[in-house]
Design a protein around this ligand. Structure first.
Ligand SMILES: Cc1cc2nc3c(=O)[nH]c(=O)nc-3n(C[C@H](O)[C@H](O)[C@H](O)COP(=O)(O)O)c2cc1C
Length: 202
């Protein structure tokens, strides 16, 4: 998967930024593995995100192989224990248990806050979001599909326990990584006009 590249560096960056798309696990080929070295390279790029106070507040739990089934089981357990009976949705329960098996690699995106608390939590979350963008962009350049999923079950104390996170840590979602199915047409997207979001103040 590649995008036509212009020789102008800014245009190259623009092309890759616009090429990045969310590719859902159903459009990934679970049988095609991703080399561990490549995943580490993507995560290394993630770590080059900006970080206030150099706290580097990211932590990545990488699930592959059979660990994905254990993750899927945990997600279903979390859904069962955190959802009131009258709002329990069987379709959501099934999705939580099947989605991790559709991608060869699932990364729990975690924020580990500096224990001194010198940086506000919101800034640490923002830094992790920057890291995810680096990860997603790098994955797209490598031809991989990526999907940042934020199921509400991960926002619970029970999730922290299931993922063995410390008190100063939070899981900000799952990042699914996989090679697109060969017949996938790379999706298009759109953004609304810049004028609606920018105010110049001279
Ligand atoms: C913080 C964050 C959380 C997201 N969580 C979900 C999610 O739970 N489910 C989902 O379908 N998409 C989720 N997305 C992906 C968006 O749906 C996606 O970025 C959007 O549709 C635009 O598509 P694009 O990524 O291809 O530009 C999330 C994106 C962000 C930035």
């Amino acid at each position: 998967m590649s995008t036509p590249l212009n020789s102008d560096p800014l245009q190259q960056a623009t092309d890759w930024i616009r090429h990045r798309r969310t590719i859902k696990p159903a459009d990934m080929d679970p049988s095609q593995q991703i080399d561990r070295a490549l995943v580490n390279q993507l995560l290394e790029n993630a770590c080059w995100a900006p970080t206030h106070g150099m706290t580097e507040p990211w932590k990545f739990l990488v699930y592959s192989g059979n660990a994905r089934q254990r993750l899927a089981d945990s997600l279903q357990d979390l859904y069962t224990v955190t959802t009131p009976a009258d709002s329990f949705r069987p379709d959501k329960f099934t999705k939580l248990g099947t989605q991790p098996l559709l991608a060869p690699v699932v990364i729990a995106i975690c924020m580990a806050r500096d224990i001194t608390g010198k940086i506000a939590e919101i800034e640490e979350i923002e830094a992790v979001a920057c890291a995810v963008q680096n990860l997603h962009l790098s994955a797209s350049v490598a031809g991989l599909g990526g999907f940042w999923s934020t199921p509400p079950v991960l926002e619970t104390e029970a999730a922290n326990h299931a993922l063995h996170l410390e008190a100063n840590e939070r899981c900000l979602g799952l990042f699914y990584l996989g090679w697109p199915k060969p017949d996938l047409t790379w999706p298009q997207s759109r953004r609304s006009p810049l004028e609606s979001k920018v105010t110049w103040i001279d």
